[in-house]
Design a protein around this ligand. Sequence first.
Ligand code: ADP
Length: 505
Amino acid sequence: MGPTQSSPSLRILLVEDHKHDRIAFHRAFQRSQVSFEITECERAEEALESLRSDASLFDLIVIDHGLPGISGLDLCKELLDEGIPLPMVLLTGRGSEELAVEALKAGVNDYIIKDSGMGYLDLLPAVLPEVVRKHGDRMAREGAESALRESEERFRNIVEGSEAGYCFIDRDGRIKDANEAWLRMHGYSSLNEVIGKHFALTQVDEHMDQAKKDFENLLAGNSIPSGESTRRYKDGSLGYHTFSANPVLQAGRIVGVESFLIDITERRRAEEKLRKMNEELTNFAHVVSHDLKTPIVHIKGFSSLLLERYKEDLDEQGQTCVERIQTSAHRMEVLVSDLLALSGVGRVVETLKDVPSHEILATVTSGLQDRLNENRIKLVVADSLPTICCDRERVCQAFENLIVNAIKFMGDNKNPTIEIGFKERAKRAEFHQFYVKDNGIGIAPEDHRKIFERFRRLKEIEDKEGTGLGLAIVERIVNNHGGRVWVESEKGKGATFHFTLPKAS
Ligand code: ADP
């Protein structure tokens, strides 16, 4: 054991078969200022066993080449193979430089040539701690390098596997890297096609100046807002993307710009197609409805004329025929106006205003008063109704459709009643919840969704007026206000239609 010092001991495993060499080794350290602990082995097998059981007991292995059995170099190779993470120093005899070179090539940290005068021993206390220090540094460096390699590889894998396009542009604006997704979305099949090209390659003329400005900004270390961009693909077609871009730092210096893109071309095209289709549909519905109205008016007018002026010329069967024509023409008229309403409410609601809902109900119920009286229906409207933020005309229509249904589907109740009111919802809720409740024929639960479909009618009772569009219209209006509508009902037990509309702004 060496002199006691504050610095930690150098723990050496010495593999040496000659006793006097081991003693000399010991003495050399005792003469020095180095604190040490030496564990001695005479044979390679012994050293292997002790290292396999716990290599952490040592800082360094010093191995004599000329061991009996397994040679010193073979022991070193074995330890390297097994991944024993300790530095190794091989002691060789004079004239075995070739062996020393082989040892270094194999990964041995250092070699020391034993000279007969034993002068090499005095070098050991200075050389061996240095070997340990260098080995430690190398391990740390390799550890850091491999961590960096791993994190780069992880980044690469994420980028390569990503559906988002990734591209790196150097300070000169040249494309230096791009992932599969980026190449695919721009119509390129390999990186070689774009590498080294200026990023203007994918820019459209009208956005070029902005793109260059953004690039300069990023190189200056500023951030730019992410957004949507239009880009030129290889075949000249245009694509749409959401993108974000950041400066790329290396050793504290901005070396370029990386951007991430998500292709929204298909979505954009679908949205545009949908918008056009909606527009065409609305136009179509308007044209058809208006064009249909004229012949209907003619059919109605001429059939009335026929009944008035030529009644005597028609026998009873003839008169019934004309009456049927009139009924059908009337139905046609209702259908056309419902279709028109449905196509109209399909459009975004007009400007929303705060409207007290009792005003809406006053308008609607006064228009329906005759029908209510005719059917001796009691109408109960809640006292204090809230103000809502809505398109007044459309909401009038929704209430009217629901009340008309409640009248139509009242059945033969002795005390027909319709109640209109609203339910208190949580203060922070953005919507008021209204209801229109009747005590009519009710709706079986399996039909609760179906009745909102267009042209869907449950043929419970004879209803010449109906088109099956009323509730579809209600749903469209409510949805366009951001609300929803649903029904609570059981067959024979009346129906309550609930719907939500935005609170006053
Ligand atoms: P329409 O009233 O023109 O038939 P709607 O879309 O307004 O079309 O209603 C669809 C169907 O839903 C009606 O045909 C009827 O069968 C049922 N329905 C609607 N409202 C009620 C109600 N208050 N009570 C019972 N059934 C109803």
